[in-house]
Design a protein around this ligand. Sequence first.
Ligand SMILES: Cc1cc2nc3c(=O)[nH]c(=O)nc-3n(C[C@H](O)[C@H](O)[C@H](O)COP(=O)(O)OP(=O)(O)OC[C@H]3O[C@@H](n4cnc5c(N)ncnc54)[C@H](O)[C@@H]3O)c2cc1C
Length: 579
Amino acid sequence: MHHRYDVLVVGAGGAGLMAALYAAKGNVSVAVVSKLYPTRSHTGAAQGGIGAALGNVAEDHWEWHMFDTIKGGDYLTDQDAAEIFAKDIIEAVYELEHMGLPFSRTPEGKIAQRKFGGHTREFGKAAVERSCYAKDRTGHMILQTLYQQNVKAGTTFFNEYQVLDLIIEDGVCRGIVAYDIATGELHTFHAKAVILASGGYGRAFKITSNALTLTGDLMSIYYRKGLPLEDMEFYQFHPTGIAKLGILITEGVRGEGGILRNESGERFMERYAPTIKDLAPRDMVSRAIISEIREGRGVGPDKDAIFLDVTHLPREAVEQKLAEITDLSRTYLGIDPVKQLVPIQPTAHYAMGGIPTTLDGECIATDDGQLITGLYAAGEVACVSLHGANRLGTNSLGDLIVFGRRAGVAAAKFARDAVLADMPVNPAAMASDMIASLKTGQGRENAARIRKELQETMMANVGIFRNGPDMAKQVEIIKELKDRYRNVSVSDTGTRYNSELMETVEVGFLLDCAEAMTASALNRTESRGAHDREDYTERDDANWLKHTMAYRDMRGNGNVNIGYKPVVLGKFEPKPRVY
Ligand SMILES: Cc1cc2nc3c(=O)[nH]c(=O)nc-3n(C[C@H](O)[C@H](O)[C@H](O)COP(=O)(O)OP(=O)(O)OC[C@H]3O[C@@H](n4cnc5c(N)ncnc54)[C@H](O)[C@@H]3O)c2cc1C
């Protein structure tokens, strides 16, 4: 089947839906292609909120938010992106409110706000209430609101279609190829502009807060074409996943006054971040937790967890404002957080890196900033360099809204003037061959086994603390796993809802993301933000204040070529990061 639209959006999370809505407002035909039903996208799991300097609860200014974002990103943040972001998100939150998003309220009826890690007043003096929230279901409400707005705007949805290829010829994007999960049919979508909004790839790690579907599909498809992935070494671990399971407990819990305690009941964050303590940025809190565990002060049967304590908070605050996590603790741990301490562990959470883009979401193809015509990206799949080396909590939802909107506006503007570029003669050839070879292959390798080994070794070798020898070992492990992946075949050769087939394809995507991440991390010989090396413990601005660009070596030798892109500096000079 063949389809034709002016603008195509891949992914129906917050970024995809915001981009689609703004493209539709630009008077062009718009379709969203999503492997999930839109409201099942991972954005729906976001609990904590969306940060904006509204100043509803305490004085706040966009400059403070901009500064916190840059400092939180350990100065690898592009300051032009941070400025646009901190300014635009204020009006964008009001726009969401006017669309009908049911934000929680202050007693006077304004949008309620709470504290969150790394968000401060007066450039770091004390924590400030900046996160706007709808109880602890903010992401869910964003998705519902934006989906309804898209239905109203006439956006066409292709749900449960998995994109397998992107058609780029002579530097011009011409469309995509997608697999209809319900029927097994391949569809080609011919378009003037394509916006990638397919989310992250937390499933490269064993313990993760990310949904099963977050497998980096479009990052990998981009990378397979010899195009770069930016800053892949920066992967965030969220400090508070439910022990052993990784299911997220929002930072909103600490924003509401929750405290981390070690085995002796000590509030250990006082030693690591004396000013904002438990509300330090995530990279710092995750490292502090692992340090406590390594030094023998962990809790639980394996002494590999830490306690999150909310027992001192009023019952109604916990049950009302943190309903979802109360439920999760009761369901998965049989623990009632109102009365008992909850065991937590850091969990792989968020990709700061991804497909490099300009401030309008245009995809960047080279170190010197050449673009792919008609191709855009926004949200977690993209790297507009807003989050630098470490993202602050609540800044991803803001990123989706601000940069999703910019990508939608830019793509529609481009599509209104552009002439539809030709599709190649057989655009689905690659995808069709890939499926055929998985179905008819005689290899005996099993994709689930490869995925398990990848997740375990990534956790051990490219996790919170890193060092050269372990990462070098991981480079070899990934090469070997990729060799084995070539001998994978599927046992289900059916066409209807063949989840084995799609999961096998996803393992291939994960291997690429892990390859780019490990090579970028091994290459960066400093510690910055979420990238913490035991063999290079200092931040090294003289040599490393630059973005990594990882390219697959197209000669098929499994190597990664590294390039660089300058950081856009501005009024906030890099300083040591003390909280
Ligand atoms: C548990 C959890 C809680 C979080 N809480 C917060 C929070 O409180 N505040 C905050 O700012 N951030 C939070 N984050 C981070 C934030 O939610 C995510 O970074 C963000 O929602 C990503 O949105 P997205 O639109 O880029 O992608 P997603 O919402 O992940 O959507 C991806 C979309 O792409 C589609 N897709 C993927 N691959 C394909 C393919 N091959 N073909 C077709 N479609 C495809 C999927 O169907 C889906 O629709 C949280 C993350 C998690 C995991």
